[in-house]
Design a protein around this ligand. Sequence first.
Ligand SMILES: Nc1nc2c(c(=O)[nH]1)N[C@H]1C(S)=C(S)[C@@H](COP(=O)(O)OP(=O)(O)OC[C@H]3O[C@@H](n4cnc5c(=O)[nH]c(N)nc54)[C@H](O)[C@@H]3O)O[C@H]1N2
Ligand SMILES: Nc1nc2c(c(=O)[nH]1)N[C@H]1C(S)=C(S)[C@@H](COP(=O)(O)OP(=O)(O)OC[C@H]3O[C@@H](n4cnc5c(=O)[nH]c(N)nc54)[C@H](O)[C@@H]3O)O[C@H]1N2
Ligand SMILES: [Mo]
Length: 641
Amino acid sequence: MKRKRAEHYDRLTHPLVRENGELRRATWEEALGRAAEGFRRNIQAHGPDAFAMLSCARSTNEMNYVGQKFTRVVIGTNNVDSCNRTCHAPSVAGLSAAFGSGGGTSSYQEVEEADVIVMWGSAARNAHPIFFQHVLKGIRKGARMFAVDPRRTGTAEWADRWLGLNVGTDIPLAHAVAREIIHSGLHNQVFIERATEGFEEYAASVEPWTLTVAEQVTGVPAEAIRELAHAYARADRAQLCWTLGITEHHNATDNVRALINLSLLTGHVGRYGSGLSPLRGQNNVQGGGDMGAIPNRLPGFQDILDPEIRARFEQAWDVPIQPRYGLNLTEMLEAMAEGEVTTCYLIGENPVQSEADSLNCVKRLSMLDHLVVQDIFLTKTAQMADVVLPAAAAWCESDGTFTNSERRVQRVRKALEAPGEARDDIWILCELARRLGHDWDYDGSEQVWDELRAVSPAHKGMTYQRLTDLQGIQWPCPSEDALEPPFLHGRLWDPDPAKRGRLAPFAVLRHSPPVDLLDEEYPLRLTTGRRLDSYNTGVQSSGFASPLRRGENIELSPEDAARLGVTAGEEVRISSRRGSVVAPVHIDPALRPGLVFMTMHFPDEVDTNALTIEATCPIAGTAEFKAAAVRVDRLVPAKAG
Ligand SMILES: Nc1nc2c(c(=O)[nH]1)N[C@H]1C(S)=C(S)[C@@H](COP(=O)(O)OP(=O)(O)OC[C@H]3O[C@@H](n4cnc5c(=O)[nH]c(N)nc54)[C@H](O)[C@@H]3O)O[C@H]1N2
Ligand SMILES: Nc1nc2c(c(=O)[nH]1)N[C@H]1C(S)=C(S)[C@@H](COP(=O)(O)OP(=O)(O)OC[C@H]3O[C@@H](n4cnc5c(=O)[nH]c(N)nc54)[C@H](O)[C@@H]3O)O[C@H]1N2
Ligand SMILES: [Mo]
């Protein structure tokens, strides 16, 4: 059957190389030669750690496997990461520290069957509309839903209770919930004794957070905190879901641990119906990490520091693997500033527009000796590259698998031909590997997948045939003829200590307010996030007209708009300690006074990330996109009278 093409006037259709400062059209032969030569030159001059790759969280598992293998085998460094760093790296770090595995613990079906669903810092109705259908089914079956968000979001509209907290006060709120549970005797003593450690210290640490103190700090009425505590602890089945309201903070891993603590306190983890779900962002950001496209894990989420695991991969790949973690995205950018990373291979990532403090990011990327960008569009980042390689869009022009937030691996199939000379990400990686002395040639995505299955116990039982027959399989799947339960960590409930394994530790945490302080000059709290109608840096959602999309706005509460004397649609200047932009006003009653909101969807017109702060979580490297201090100024002085 002849396939149609995904026609798009803006798609990259042929390779580009830089000549005399300008990008010009090139053949594949020339572009691949230039890309490989630049990598070789930099590695020879500075060693393999001068190279860094960002792998594409929109592309397939198979592509991410080959991408990280390129970094580790062809180049010889662990410097590989992706946009997971900007969203759920803290979830992975927090869950790994508590349970030894970074995946969400439950399945979507369990959300439909829960008694209580808590959506914490998550605008799921806009950002995870498919998952939100499962939430709605749960609500229809009688679940009570709580939304914890500074804004009264579309998600909050569906909640039984909206807890409108001040930005960056999630730890005080979680601590007050915990204290209330303990003081009401609603904690799960059996589970605490059997499966956890550190309860006494934890209980003592939350003691100062009375409902009254918490109300003062978080802005949430004591009664609402109490209601959440009692509903969560008394539920038979409770699902705690979170997203970037928790993770895009300078203390994000602590925020995640604060929520995990609540599940340990109540036993809402490790059994059917109860669990913890960080809803992942990009279509395959879960899979990218699982495939090892992160600096500290080999495929199958296996720790690089473990000598036995390393030895297994060294044998499979026939190269030595560096016995240390590579640089994460945040550290890569810092290393560029230091002249330590001098060449970068960016696959499907647009950091010029998505990084916090974007002006600083541009400065750092411009210090590179050699930048290769592989994308489906000529992004702002691609415009800085020495070589641009046109890729096929994985979701419709490639074969392979994606992994969703419930750890379910599903097949995707090529439905359309890539436009012009655009080629599959894996084909491009193999061509570059060949030019750097590794004779790679995969005969289709299944061959890559089978190579992965041989090295990853969690994926071993997932043949393509089985994935097709069962319409997707959740990991772990160690055997070809059985399936594991849909939730993780059932072992924690096992009466036999030997089978229970490592205990889950409570974390003692302290409250740490946002780094960018409010003062007279910058009195408003800016938080940034998403709308239903647009996607991330807008590269994939801005190229066509939509009656839904209204462009960037500074969203203000009616009270702040009145105080500033601004009207809807009026253009105003928004400034932070790092930069300043102009955007029209949109008045939104979902905001409380003092809180303003912008998206990051229209950076060509309004570069929101010129305002955000690069204060990052020291454990996960994620930036505090959710809390900047800004001021709003009128461009036209108010008329007297
Ligand atoms: N339509 C659409 N869908 C998307 C995307 C998109 O761009 N457009 N992007 C995808 C990606 S990559 C991701 S990672 C996900 C993100 O999905 P979400 O995390 O749901 O989206 P956000 O709007 O970034 O932020 C979530 C909420 O955090 C709240 N928040 C801000 N500060 C705080 C705080 O201090 N505490 C708490 N509790 N909440 C706070 C915000 O008000 C916001 O409603 O969406 C994915 N889905
Ligand atoms: N202010 C603010 N900034 C934020 C956030 C926020 O909440 N507030 N959120 C952060 C988050 S959670 C994220 S995930 C990042 C997103 O940051 P990025 O990942 O940099 O942004 P995207 O717009 O998703 O860019 C994805 C790129 O992948 C390309 N692409 C799509 N499919 C393919 C494919 O199959 N192959 C290849 N090679 N390329 C492909 C697209 O054309 C696009 O250029 O932004 C972060 N930045
Ligand atoms: Mo994301």
